[in-house]
Design a protein around this ligand. Structure first.
Ligand code: 9WN
Length: 419
């Protein structure tokens, strides 16, 4: 039974493989996405290590000169997605978007290296990727933490990968909708519009893109110019974990300078995470860098923080928090607390379960010794797959499969969990 699932998952990866990169799913997302690729490579690594390394290589071949790794790479023309390269106007040799995504590649590369059966290949690829990933991490702290707080901000909701999270609702009101050129959405032709972000949110997404494009995509200006600047604990935890993992990898590969700098970034970030902790919510919260306040929104971002090496008392508190969420749903871990008024079980990042998020939470809790909760989360992932297939995401109460079907990173996570 489990072997069938693994075989099915491999087939999903093969079907979405475009040779040197993978699309998240046919139709809805016809290009290469940043964190999708890094996490999907982990799935490929179980049956084709060379192909897994190529996935990450392709991503970094499109790294910008300043160090940023873009969130979408438009390898071929496809009118089925909006906003396409003409809207972004980044003028890259291979067109890309102009914003980034959660930097999970450092974590993925270390994991691929540690597990590699082909060590010469892994050493060569990891050695080449090491300075590139490090440059991306440095880019983050330089451009997205200009005050040196130890925490980076995102300047567009798409950067966190949690497009329409409740976390942004208030801060996003500061983004105007006036002056947005008329556009036609494509996502709503592939997925149920009632499950997608609203038109109002899309206008604000595009307003920000236009604003940044008008600033020539100059990252030294974008952070301060953006009316949307939010510090996301999950995003920062991913960056911190990737820095810490890169430090270990750099040690192994004999790169002491990268190791020391990566470790310093991780330590500073880890210490600063404490400022996002909320005793009242029993989890971390997002922080609105413009209003200077914590955002009172019980989303999964504050639980994903477990992916970094947080203090043991915080890991224990997050475990209790997940136990409490389990009382309000049937499948862990909902992207928003089902008891909150804003919860919507089918609407994208406002409640549904995402396997990639589950995977990273479970990985962090495993390191913190919370094996019972890890087993519970993994079991829920497998139950979801058995019941509803390889969907983009799932309703945490009914298990209804939502969004795109035949989804690459969902399949990759199944291979990770079951192998
Ligand atoms: C915008 C590809 C991506 C994921 C994100 C998810 C969704 C895009 C969209 O799809 O975002 O980047 O058009 O909705 O929110 O996490 O990387 O799977």
């Amino acid at each position: 039974m489990e072997n069938d699932l693994i075989e099915h998952a491999k087939q999903v990866l093969r079907d979405n493989d475009r040779g040197t990169y993978t699309v998240p799913t046919h139709g809805l997302y016809p290009f290469q996405w940043n964190w999708d690729s890094a996490l999907s490579a982990l799935g490929f690594a179980h049956f084709d290590e060379a192909r897994a390394w190529t996935e990450i290589d392709t991503l970094f071949e499109n790294q910008w000169d300043d160090g940023m790794v873009p969130h979408i790479i438009f390898h071929q023309v496809d009118e089925g997605y909006f906003p396409g390269p003409d809207i972004w106007g980044t003028e890259r040799p291979v067109p890309t978007s102009g914003i980034t995504q959660p930097p999970v590649a450092g974590f993925a590369v270390r994991r691929m290296y540690d597990r590699a059966t082909d060590k010469p290949l892994a050493t060569a690829r990891a050695r080449a990727l090491l300075p590139l990933i490090h440059a991306w991490h440095q880019w983050f702290y330089l451009n997205r933490d200009p005050q040196g707080t130890g925490l980076v901000a995102i300047i567009h909701p798409w950067e966190t990968g949690r497009d329409n999270s409740v976390d942004w609702d208030v801060a996003f009101q500061r983004v105007p909708t006036e002056g947005v050129a008329p556009f036609t959405r494509r996502d709503t032709t592939h997925a149920n519009p009632a499950h997608r972000p609203s038109d109002e949110q899309y206008k604000r997404y595009i307003w920000l893109v236009q604003k940044f494009r008008n600033l020539g995509w100059d990252n030294t200006k974008l952070h301060d110019a953006s009316p949307f600047r939010v510090v996301d604990p999950g995003f920062n935890a991913i960056l911190i974990r990737s820095c810490a993992d890169l430090a270990e990898l750099a040690d192994e590969l004999g790169e002491p300078t990268i190791a020391a700098q990566s470790r310093a970034m991780a330590q500073k970030g880890n210490a600063a995470m404490a400022t996002l902790w909320s005793e009242e919510y029993g989890q971390y919260l997002c922080y609105d860098r413009i209003s200077g306040t914590l955002i009172e929104s019980p989303s999964v971002a504050g639980i994903l923080a477990a992916f970094a090496d947080i203090p043991p008392d915080k890991a224990a508190a997050l475990t209790r928090r997940i136990e409490s969420l389990a009382e309000a749903c049937n499948y862990l871990v909902p992207s928003h607390d089902p008891r909150a008024a804003e919860f919507e079980g089918l609407r994208y990042w406002r409640g549904p379960v995402w396997l990639i998020v589950n995977y990273m939470i479970a990985d962090g809790l495993k390191r913190a010794g919370k094996s019972e909760m890890v087993d519970r989360i993994n079991a829920d992932c497998v139950r979801l797959i058995h019941r509803s297939g390889f969907a983009e995401y799932y309703d945490p109460i009914t298990a209804e499969p939502c969004g795109g079907a035949h989804f690459t990173w969902t399949a990759a996570m199944v291979i990770e969990i079951l192998s």
